[in-house]
Design a protein around this ligand. Structure first.
Ligand code: UTP
Length: 475
Protein backbone atom coordinates (compact mmCIF):
# COMPACT_ATOMS: atom_id res chain seq x y z
CA UNK A 1 0.00 0.00 0.00
CA UNK A 2 1.31 3.39 -0.98
CA UNK A 3 1.02 6.50 1.09
CA UNK A 4 0.44 9.66 -0.87
CA UNK A 5 3.22 12.02 -1.98
CA UNK A 6 2.00 14.87 0.19
CA UNK A 7 2.33 12.73 3.31
CA UNK A 8 5.79 11.58 2.20
CA UNK A 9 6.83 15.20 1.92
CA UNK A 10 5.39 16.09 5.32
CA UNK A 11 7.17 13.14 6.92
CA UNK A 12 10.43 14.19 5.30
CA UNK A 13 9.95 17.82 6.31
CA UNK A 14 9.36 16.65 9.87
CA UNK A 15 12.79 14.96 9.84
CA UNK A 16 11.34 11.44 10.00
CA UNK A 17 12.61 9.92 6.74
CA UNK A 18 13.68 6.77 8.60
CA UNK A 19 9.99 5.86 8.73
CA UNK A 20 9.68 6.09 4.94
CA UNK A 21 12.77 3.92 4.54
CA UNK A 22 11.24 1.36 6.91
CA UNK A 23 7.96 1.42 5.01
CA UNK A 24 9.65 1.03 1.63
CA UNK A 25 11.72 -1.88 2.92
CA UNK A 26 8.56 -3.89 3.65
CA UNK A 27 7.07 -6.23 1.04
CA UNK A 28 4.12 -4.44 -0.49
CA UNK A 29 1.57 -6.81 1.05
CA UNK A 30 2.85 -6.01 4.55
CA UNK A 31 2.75 -2.24 4.30
CA UNK A 32 -0.91 -1.54 5.03
CA UNK A 33 -0.91 -1.40 8.86
CA UNK A 34 2.26 0.64 9.07
CA UNK A 35 1.01 3.05 6.42
CA UNK A 36 -2.23 3.44 8.38
CA UNK A 37 -0.22 4.25 11.52
CA UNK A 38 1.70 6.92 9.63
CA UNK A 39 -1.49 8.44 8.28
CA UNK A 40 -2.72 8.74 11.83
CA UNK A 41 0.22 10.83 13.06
CA UNK A 42 0.03 14.62 12.79
CA UNK A 43 3.44 15.14 11.15
CA UNK A 44 2.71 18.84 10.68
CA UNK A 45 2.52 19.37 14.42
CA UNK A 46 5.40 17.02 15.21
CA UNK A 47 8.41 19.34 14.78
CA UNK A 48 6.85 21.84 17.20
CA UNK A 49 6.14 19.12 19.76
CA UNK A 50 9.67 17.75 19.47
CA UNK A 51 11.18 21.21 19.88
CA UNK A 52 9.00 22.07 22.88
CA UNK A 53 8.78 18.78 24.73
CA UNK A 54 11.64 16.49 23.68
CA UNK A 55 14.69 18.55 22.80
CA UNK A 56 14.05 20.74 25.81
CA UNK A 57 12.28 20.12 29.07
CA UNK A 58 9.07 22.10 29.20
CA UNK A 59 8.92 24.30 32.26
CA UNK A 60 5.67 24.59 34.07
CA UNK A 61 4.95 28.27 34.54
CA UNK A 62 3.81 29.01 38.07
CA UNK A 63 1.67 32.17 37.98
CA UNK A 64 2.44 34.86 40.59
CA UNK A 65 -1.14 34.90 41.80
CA UNK A 66 -1.32 31.13 42.33
CA UNK A 67 -3.29 30.17 45.42
CA UNK A 68 -4.98 27.08 46.81
CA UNK A 69 -8.45 26.50 45.37
CA UNK A 70 -11.57 27.09 47.45
CA UNK A 71 -13.78 24.09 48.05
CA UNK A 72 -16.96 22.94 49.75
CA UNK A 73 -15.84 21.32 53.02
CA UNK A 74 -16.69 17.77 54.02
CA UNK A 75 -18.69 18.91 57.04
CA UNK A 76 -21.02 21.84 56.40
CA UNK A 77 -19.79 24.97 58.15
CA UNK A 78 -23.15 26.63 58.79
CA UNK A 79 -26.87 26.08 58.50
CA UNK A 80 -26.99 27.44 55.00
CA UNK A 81 -24.38 24.92 53.86
CA UNK A 82 -26.17 22.15 55.71
CA UNK A 83 -29.29 22.95 53.73
CA UNK A 84 -27.30 23.19 50.48
CA UNK A 85 -25.87 19.69 51.02
CA UNK A 86 -29.34 18.30 51.77
CA UNK A 87 -30.66 19.94 48.61
CA UNK A 88 -27.67 18.57 46.68
CA UNK A 89 -28.44 14.99 47.72
CA UNK A 90 -32.09 15.45 46.75
CA UNK A 91 -31.18 17.00 43.39
CA UNK A 92 -28.59 14.30 42.68
CA UNK A 93 -31.05 11.53 43.46
CA UNK A 94 -33.65 13.14 41.23
CA UNK A 95 -31.13 13.32 38.38
CA UNK A 96 -30.08 9.68 38.77
CA UNK A 97 -33.71 8.55 38.88
CA UNK A 98 -34.46 10.54 35.73
CA UNK A 99 -31.67 8.68 33.87
CA UNK A 100 -29.61 11.83 33.41
CA UNK A 101 -26.38 10.36 34.78
CA UNK A 102 -23.95 7.91 33.14
CA UNK A 103 -20.71 6.41 34.48
CA UNK A 104 -17.36 6.73 32.75
CA UNK A 105 -14.27 4.75 33.65
CA UNK A 106 -10.89 5.45 32.12
CA UNK A 107 -9.14 2.13 31.66
CA UNK A 108 -6.77 2.81 28.79
CA UNK A 109 -3.59 3.16 30.84
CA UNK A 110 -0.71 0.72 30.64
CA UNK A 111 -0.51 0.04 34.37
CA UNK A 112 3.27 -0.21 34.21
CA UNK A 113 3.84 0.24 37.93
CA UNK A 114 1.46 -2.59 38.80
CA UNK A 115 3.43 -4.93 36.53
CA UNK A 116 0.39 -7.09 35.81
CA UNK A 117 -0.06 -9.02 32.60
CA UNK A 118 -3.45 -7.86 31.37
CA UNK A 119 -5.65 -4.77 31.48
CA UNK A 120 -5.56 -3.21 34.95
CA UNK A 121 -9.33 -3.57 35.35
CA UNK A 122 -8.96 -7.36 35.26
CA UNK A 123 -6.68 -7.32 38.33
CA UNK A 124 -8.11 -9.50 41.16
CA UNK A 125 -8.41 -6.94 43.95
CA UNK A 126 -11.22 -8.36 46.16
CA UNK A 127 -9.66 -9.02 49.59
CA UNK A 128 -11.47 -12.37 50.02
CA UNK A 129 -12.70 -13.42 46.57
CA UNK A 130 -10.14 -11.80 44.28
CA UNK A 131 -13.03 -10.13 42.47
CA UNK A 132 -11.55 -8.00 39.66
CA UNK A 133 -11.54 -4.21 39.67
CA UNK A 134 -14.12 -4.08 36.85
CA UNK A 135 -16.54 -6.13 39.00
CA UNK A 136 -16.49 -3.45 41.70
CA UNK A 137 -17.78 -0.81 39.33
CA UNK A 138 -20.28 -3.13 37.64
CA UNK A 139 -21.58 -4.11 41.09
CA UNK A 140 -21.88 -0.47 42.15
CA UNK A 141 -23.82 0.29 38.98
CA UNK A 142 -26.16 -2.66 39.52
CA UNK A 143 -26.98 -1.63 43.08
CA UNK A 144 -27.45 2.02 42.08
CA UNK A 145 -29.82 0.95 39.30
CA UNK A 146 -31.84 -1.12 41.73
CA UNK A 147 -32.02 1.74 44.21
CA UNK A 148 -33.22 4.31 41.71
CA UNK A 149 -35.18 2.10 39.32
CA UNK A 150 -33.21 3.18 36.28
CA UNK A 151 -30.79 1.73 33.74
CA UNK A 152 -27.35 3.33 33.89
CA UNK A 153 -24.98 3.18 30.94
CA UNK A 154 -21.31 2.57 31.66
CA UNK A 155 -18.87 4.19 29.26
CA UNK A 156 -15.55 2.41 29.43
CA UNK A 157 -12.47 3.80 27.77
CA UNK A 158 -9.81 1.37 26.61
CA UNK A 159 -6.75 1.86 24.45
CA UNK A 160 -5.76 0.03 21.28
CA UNK A 161 -3.31 -1.91 23.42
CA UNK A 162 -5.89 -3.43 25.78
CA UNK A 163 -9.25 -3.10 24.01
CA UNK A 164 -9.68 -6.66 22.72
CA UNK A 165 -8.58 -8.21 26.02
CA UNK A 166 -10.92 -5.96 27.97
CA UNK A 167 -13.98 -6.71 25.84
CA UNK A 168 -13.14 -10.40 25.97
CA UNK A 169 -12.95 -10.30 29.75
CA UNK A 170 -16.41 -8.73 29.96
CA UNK A 171 -17.85 -11.36 27.62
CA UNK A 172 -16.29 -14.20 29.60
CA UNK A 173 -17.71 -12.75 32.81
CA UNK A 174 -21.18 -12.12 31.35
CA UNK A 175 -20.70 -8.38 31.80
CA UNK A 176 -20.67 -8.88 35.56
CA UNK A 177 -24.45 -9.05 35.63
CA UNK A 178 -25.04 -5.96 33.51
CA UNK A 179 -26.71 -6.08 30.10
CA UNK A 180 -24.22 -6.17 27.24
CA UNK A 181 -25.90 -3.14 25.67
CA UNK A 182 -25.32 -0.94 28.69
CA UNK A 183 -21.53 -1.19 28.54
CA UNK A 184 -20.25 1.19 25.87
CA UNK A 185 -16.59 0.48 25.13
CA UNK A 186 -14.65 3.15 23.30
CA UNK A 187 -11.00 3.48 22.45
CA UNK A 188 -8.74 6.43 23.06
CA UNK A 189 -6.15 7.79 20.67
CA UNK A 190 -2.45 6.99 20.61
CA UNK A 191 0.71 9.05 20.45
CA UNK A 192 4.01 7.90 18.97
CA UNK A 193 6.94 7.64 21.38
CA UNK A 194 9.82 9.95 20.51
CA UNK A 195 13.50 9.17 21.06
CA UNK A 196 15.72 11.77 22.72
CA UNK A 197 17.15 12.53 19.26
CA UNK A 198 13.72 13.66 18.08
CA UNK A 199 13.08 10.59 15.90
CA UNK A 200 9.89 8.55 16.30
CA UNK A 201 10.69 5.14 17.72
CA UNK A 202 9.60 1.89 16.10
CA UNK A 203 8.99 -1.30 18.03
CA UNK A 204 9.00 -3.66 15.05
CA UNK A 205 9.86 -3.47 11.37
CA UNK A 206 6.29 -2.50 10.64
CA UNK A 207 5.11 -0.60 13.66
CA UNK A 208 5.68 2.64 15.50
CA UNK A 209 6.11 2.48 19.26
CA UNK A 210 2.68 3.83 20.16
CA UNK A 211 1.17 4.53 23.56
CA UNK A 212 -2.21 5.78 24.76
CA UNK A 213 -2.50 9.58 24.63
CA UNK A 214 -3.34 10.06 28.32
CA UNK A 215 -6.68 10.33 30.12
CA UNK A 216 -7.10 13.76 28.55
CA UNK A 217 -7.73 11.76 25.38
CA UNK A 218 -11.08 10.79 26.89
CA UNK A 219 -12.79 13.97 25.74
CA UNK A 220 -12.05 13.64 22.04
CA UNK A 221 -12.54 9.88 22.16
CA UNK A 222 -16.03 10.44 23.59
CA UNK A 223 -16.89 12.46 20.51
CA UNK A 224 -15.15 10.32 17.90
CA UNK A 225 -16.66 7.09 19.20
CA UNK A 226 -20.22 8.38 19.06
CA UNK A 227 -20.50 8.18 22.86
CA UNK A 228 -21.59 11.82 23.13
CA UNK A 229 -24.33 11.25 20.56
CA UNK A 230 -25.48 8.15 22.41
CA UNK A 231 -25.62 10.10 25.68
CA UNK A 232 -27.64 12.86 24.07
CA UNK A 233 -30.04 10.35 22.53
CA UNK A 234 -30.53 8.69 25.94
CA UNK A 235 -31.08 11.97 27.79
CA UNK A 236 -27.81 11.72 29.72
CA UNK A 237 -26.36 15.11 30.52
CA UNK A 238 -23.99 14.42 33.37
CA UNK A 239 -21.01 12.06 33.46
CA UNK A 240 -19.64 10.49 36.65
CA UNK A 241 -15.92 10.04 35.87
CA UNK A 242 -13.48 7.81 37.77
CA UNK A 243 -10.33 5.74 37.28
CA UNK A 244 -10.13 1.99 36.87
CA UNK A 245 -7.66 1.52 39.72
CA UNK A 246 -9.87 2.95 42.48
CA UNK A 247 -12.42 0.31 43.59
CA UNK A 248 -13.40 2.37 46.65
CA UNK A 249 -14.97 5.14 44.56
CA UNK A 250 -18.77 5.47 44.67
CA UNK A 251 -19.70 4.99 41.00
CA UNK A 252 -22.27 7.73 41.40
CA UNK A 253 -22.42 10.03 44.41
CA UNK A 254 -25.80 11.82 44.61
CA UNK A 255 -24.42 14.69 46.72
CA UNK A 256 -21.53 15.35 44.34
CA UNK A 257 -23.80 15.15 41.28
CA UNK A 258 -26.42 17.37 42.89
CA UNK A 259 -23.95 20.03 44.05
CA UNK A 260 -22.44 20.07 40.56
CA UNK A 261 -25.91 20.85 39.18
CA UNK A 262 -26.92 23.34 41.89
CA UNK A 263 -23.72 25.35 41.35
CA UNK A 264 -24.18 25.26 37.52
CA UNK A 265 -20.71 23.79 37.27
CA UNK A 266 -19.52 22.42 33.92
CA UNK A 267 -16.80 20.27 35.42
CA UNK A 268 -16.46 19.41 39.11
CA UNK A 269 -13.86 17.63 41.16
CA UNK A 270 -13.59 15.70 44.40
CA UNK A 271 -10.94 17.04 46.74
CA UNK A 272 -9.06 15.27 49.55
CA UNK A 273 -7.03 16.98 52.24
CA UNK A 274 -3.40 16.09 51.51
CA UNK A 275 -1.74 14.12 54.28
CA UNK A 276 1.65 15.77 53.78
CA UNK A 277 3.21 18.49 51.65
CA UNK A 278 4.79 16.08 49.18
CA UNK A 279 1.90 13.65 48.82
CA UNK A 280 1.64 12.48 45.21
CA UNK A 281 -1.69 14.10 44.45
CA UNK A 282 -2.35 16.89 41.98
CA UNK A 283 -2.88 20.25 43.74
CA UNK A 284 -6.09 22.21 43.21
CA UNK A 285 -5.03 25.80 42.64
CA UNK A 286 -6.54 29.01 41.32
CA UNK A 287 -4.97 31.66 39.17
CA UNK A 288 -6.82 34.50 37.46
CA UNK A 289 -10.03 33.15 38.92
CA UNK A 290 -9.61 29.82 37.09
CA UNK A 291 -9.37 26.44 38.73
CA UNK A 292 -6.38 24.36 37.70
CA UNK A 293 -4.46 21.33 38.89
CA UNK A 294 -0.72 21.52 39.30
CA UNK A 295 0.97 18.15 39.47
CA UNK A 296 2.77 17.29 42.71
CA UNK A 297 6.06 17.22 40.83
CA UNK A 298 5.50 20.75 39.47
CA UNK A 299 4.40 22.65 42.57
CA UNK A 300 7.46 24.44 43.98
CA UNK A 301 8.53 23.04 47.33
CA UNK A 302 8.16 26.45 48.99
CA UNK A 303 4.48 26.52 48.05
CA UNK A 304 3.88 22.85 48.79
CA UNK A 305 5.31 23.29 52.29
CA UNK A 306 3.72 26.67 52.99
CA UNK A 307 1.58 26.60 56.12
CA UNK A 308 -1.25 28.68 57.54
CA UNK A 309 -1.02 30.26 61.01
CA UNK A 310 -2.65 27.15 62.51
CA UNK A 311 0.14 24.99 61.06
CA UNK A 312 -1.99 23.31 58.39
CA UNK A 313 -0.85 23.17 54.75
CA UNK A 314 -1.85 26.19 52.67
CA UNK A 315 -2.01 24.06 49.51
CA UNK A 316 -4.05 21.33 51.13
CA UNK A 317 -6.53 20.39 48.36
CA UNK A 318 -5.37 17.26 46.56
CA UNK A 319 -7.03 15.51 43.61
CA UNK A 320 -8.05 11.83 43.57
CA UNK A 321 -9.16 12.21 39.90
CA UNK A 322 -12.89 11.89 40.51
CA UNK A 323 -15.03 14.24 38.44
CA UNK A 324 -18.49 15.12 37.31
CA UNK A 325 -18.55 16.49 33.79
CA UNK A 326 -21.42 17.97 31.79
CA UNK A 327 -21.97 16.27 28.47
CA UNK A 328 -22.61 19.71 26.96
CA UNK A 329 -19.19 20.87 28.17
CA UNK A 330 -17.48 17.97 26.39
CA UNK A 331 -19.50 18.79 23.26
CA UNK A 332 -18.41 22.39 23.46
CA UNK A 333 -14.74 21.52 24.02
CA UNK A 334 -14.57 19.02 21.17
CA UNK A 335 -16.68 20.94 18.65
CA UNK A 336 -15.35 20.37 15.14
CA UNK A 337 -13.70 17.14 16.27
CA UNK A 338 -10.69 18.99 17.69
CA UNK A 339 -9.35 19.63 21.16
CA UNK A 340 -5.80 20.31 22.13
CA UNK A 341 -5.12 20.04 25.82
CA UNK A 342 -1.52 20.77 26.84
CA UNK A 343 0.89 17.85 26.59
CA UNK A 344 2.83 16.47 29.54
CA UNK A 345 6.20 14.85 29.04
CA UNK A 346 7.06 11.51 30.62
CA UNK A 347 10.59 10.11 30.28
CA UNK A 348 10.33 6.35 29.76
CA UNK A 349 12.28 3.24 28.91
CA UNK A 350 10.80 2.51 25.51
CA UNK A 351 11.68 -0.74 23.70
CA UNK A 352 12.82 0.22 20.21
CA UNK A 353 14.23 -1.18 16.98
CA UNK A 354 17.87 -0.19 16.53
CA UNK A 355 19.60 0.60 13.22
CA UNK A 356 20.38 -3.10 12.71
CA UNK A 357 16.72 -4.02 13.18
CA UNK A 358 17.13 -5.55 16.64
CA UNK A 359 14.55 -4.89 19.35
CA UNK A 360 16.32 -3.27 22.29
CA UNK A 361 14.89 -2.92 25.81
CA UNK A 362 16.82 -0.02 27.30
CA UNK A 363 17.78 0.01 30.97
CA UNK A 364 17.49 3.76 31.31
CA UNK A 365 14.96 6.16 29.79
CA UNK A 366 15.60 6.67 26.10
CA UNK A 367 12.67 8.74 25.01
CA UNK A 368 9.52 10.62 25.72
CA UNK A 369 5.87 9.73 25.82
CA UNK A 370 3.43 12.59 25.55
CA UNK A 371 0.12 12.49 27.38
CA UNK A 372 -2.70 14.92 27.96
CA UNK A 373 -4.57 15.01 31.26
CA UNK A 374 -8.30 15.31 31.85
CA UNK A 375 -7.82 17.88 34.60
CA UNK A 376 -6.45 20.37 32.07
CA UNK A 377 -10.06 20.82 30.98
CA UNK A 378 -10.86 22.47 34.36
CA UNK A 379 -9.46 25.91 33.47
CA UNK A 380 -11.49 25.79 30.25
CA UNK A 381 -14.76 25.58 32.14
CA UNK A 382 -16.74 28.73 32.84
CA UNK A 383 -17.85 27.30 36.17
CA UNK A 384 -16.27 24.61 38.30
CA UNK A 385 -16.94 23.17 41.73
CA UNK A 386 -14.68 21.34 44.19
CA UNK A 387 -16.14 19.17 46.96
CA UNK A 388 -14.16 17.72 49.84
CA UNK A 389 -14.76 14.03 50.47
CA UNK A 390 -13.63 11.53 53.07
CA UNK A 391 -10.57 9.69 51.73
CA UNK A 392 -11.51 6.49 53.57
CA UNK A 393 -14.80 6.43 51.65
CA UNK A 394 -13.65 7.31 48.14
CA UNK A 395 -10.00 6.74 47.33
CA UNK A 396 -7.90 3.57 47.38
CA UNK A 397 -5.67 3.70 44.29
CA UNK A 398 -4.00 0.51 43.10
CA UNK A 399 -0.83 1.78 41.46
CA UNK A 400 1.87 -0.54 42.88
CA UNK A 401 2.05 -4.09 44.23
CA UNK A 402 3.08 -3.12 47.76
CA UNK A 403 3.63 -0.01 49.86
CA UNK A 404 1.92 3.32 49.23
CA UNK A 405 -1.07 3.28 46.82
CA UNK A 406 -0.74 -0.44 46.31
CA UNK A 407 -2.73 -3.64 46.06
CA UNK A 408 -2.06 -4.14 49.78
CA UNK A 409 -3.17 -0.68 50.88
CA UNK A 410 -6.20 -0.83 48.60
CA UNK A 411 -7.36 -4.18 50.00
CA UNK A 412 -6.87 -2.91 53.54
CA UNK A 413 -9.00 0.16 52.77
CA UNK A 414 -11.75 -1.97 51.19
CA UNK A 415 -11.85 -4.16 54.30
CA UNK A 416 -11.83 -1.11 56.57
CA UNK A 417 -14.70 0.54 54.73
CA UNK A 418 -16.88 -2.54 54.99
CA UNK A 419 -15.87 -3.09 58.62
CA UNK A 420 -16.80 0.53 59.41
CA UNK A 421 -20.20 0.15 57.79
CA UNK A 422 -20.87 -3.10 59.64
CA UNK A 423 -19.76 -1.53 62.93
CA UNK A 424 -22.12 1.39 62.31
CA UNK A 425 -24.86 -1.22 61.93
CA UNK A 426 -24.01 -2.58 65.38
CA UNK A 427 -21.88 -5.56 64.28
CA UNK A 428 -18.93 -6.30 66.60
CA UNK A 429 -15.70 -6.00 64.60
CA UNK A 430 -12.39 -7.52 65.82
CA UNK A 431 -9.60 -4.95 65.93
CA UNK A 432 -5.93 -4.93 66.94
CA UNK A 433 -4.26 -2.40 69.25
CA UNK A 434 -3.92 0.10 66.38
CA UNK A 435 -7.59 -0.23 65.56
CA UNK A 436 -7.11 -2.24 62.36
CA UNK A 437 -9.72 -4.86 61.57
CA UNK A 438 -8.27 -8.34 62.13
CA UNK A 439 -10.78 -10.19 59.93
CA UNK A 440 -10.97 -10.20 56.14
CA UNK A 441 -14.31 -8.78 55.08
CA UNK A 442 -15.70 -8.30 51.60
CA UNK A 443 -19.22 -7.20 50.80
CA UNK A 444 -20.37 -7.64 47.23
CA UNK A 445 -20.52 -4.20 45.63
CA UNK A 446 -23.76 -5.31 43.98
CA UNK A 447 -25.36 -5.55 47.43
CA UNK A 448 -24.21 -2.33 49.05
CA UNK A 449 -23.27 1.15 47.96
CA UNK A 450 -23.75 2.83 51.34
CA UNK A 451 -24.02 2.32 55.07
CA UNK A 452 -27.80 1.90 54.87
CA UNK A 453 -27.43 -1.03 52.48
CA UNK A 454 -24.92 -2.69 54.80
CA UNK A 455 -27.15 -2.20 57.86
CA UNK A 456 -30.08 -3.88 56.07
CA UNK A 457 -27.81 -6.69 54.89
CA UNK A 458 -26.40 -7.33 58.37
CA UNK A 459 -29.91 -7.38 59.86
CA UNK A 460 -31.29 -9.67 57.14
CA UNK A 461 -28.42 -12.15 57.59
CA UNK A 462 -28.39 -11.91 61.37
CA UNK A 463 -24.73 -10.90 61.55
CA UNK A 464 -23.86 -9.63 65.01
CA UNK A 465 -20.17 -10.38 65.41
CA UNK A 466 -17.16 -11.22 63.25
CA UNK A 467 -14.32 -13.21 64.77
CA UNK A 468 -10.66 -12.28 64.53
CA UNK A 469 -9.00 -14.10 61.64
CA UNK A 470 -12.38 -14.83 60.02
CA UNK A 471 -12.74 -14.51 56.25
CA UNK A 472 -16.22 -13.39 55.42
CA UNK A 473 -17.73 -12.53 52.09
CA UNK A 474 -21.31 -11.32 51.78
CA UNK A 475 -22.57 -12.18 48.31
P1 UTP B 1 -2.12 6.43 35.62
O1 UTP B 1 -1.60 7.73 35.24
O2 UTP B 1 -1.99 6.02 37.04
O3 UTP B 1 -1.46 5.36 34.67
O4 UTP B 1 -3.62 6.35 35.16
P2 UTP B 1 -1.57 3.79 34.59
O5 UTP B 1 -1.46 3.47 33.15
O6 UTP B 1 -2.80 3.22 35.22
O7 UTP B 1 -0.33 3.26 35.40
P3 UTP B 1 1.24 3.51 35.19
O8 UTP B 1 1.46 4.98 35.37
O9 UTP B 1 1.60 3.02 33.83
O10 UTP B 1 1.82 2.69 36.29
C1 UTP B 1 -4.68 6.84 35.89
C2 UTP B 1 -5.96 6.37 35.23
O11 UTP B 1 -6.05 6.91 33.92
C3 UTP B 1 -6.21 5.86 32.98
C4 UTP B 1 -5.66 4.62 33.65
O12 UTP B 1 -6.19 3.46 33.08
C5 UTP B 1 -6.09 4.86 35.08
O13 UTP B 1 -7.46 4.53 35.25
N1 UTP B 1 -5.47 6.22 31.75
C6 UTP B 1 -4.19 6.65 31.83
C7 UTP B 1 -6.09 6.07 30.54
O14 UTP B 1 -7.27 5.66 30.47
N2 UTP B 1 -5.39 6.39 29.42
C8 UTP B 1 -4.12 6.83 29.44
O15 UTP B 1 -3.56 7.10 28.38
C9 UTP B 1 -3.50 6.98 30.69
Amino acid sequence: MKINEALRETITAAGQEHLLRALDALPENEQADFAAQLENVDFNALPGLIADYVLKRPEVAIPDDLGPAPYYPLAPENDEQKQLYRDAVARGEEMIRAGRVACLTVAGGQGTRLGFDGPKGTFPIGPVTGRPLFAYFAGGIRRTQEKYGVKIVWYLMTSQLNHAQTVDFFKKNSYFGLDADQVFFFTQGTMPAIGYDGKLLMNSKKSLALSPDGHGGTLLALRKSGALDAMKRDGVDVISYFQVDNPLVPVIDPKFIGLHALTSSQMSAVMLAKTNAMEKLGNFCVSGGRLQIIEYSDLPKTLAEKTLPDGSLAFIPGSPAIHVIDRAFVEELTAGGKLQLPWHRADKKIPFLDAEGNLVSPETPNGVKLESFIFDALPLARRTMVLECDRAEVFAPTKNRTGVDSVDSCRAMLVDRDARRLAAAGVKIPRDAEGNCTALIEISPALAVDAGDVARLAAARGIVEIASGEKICLE
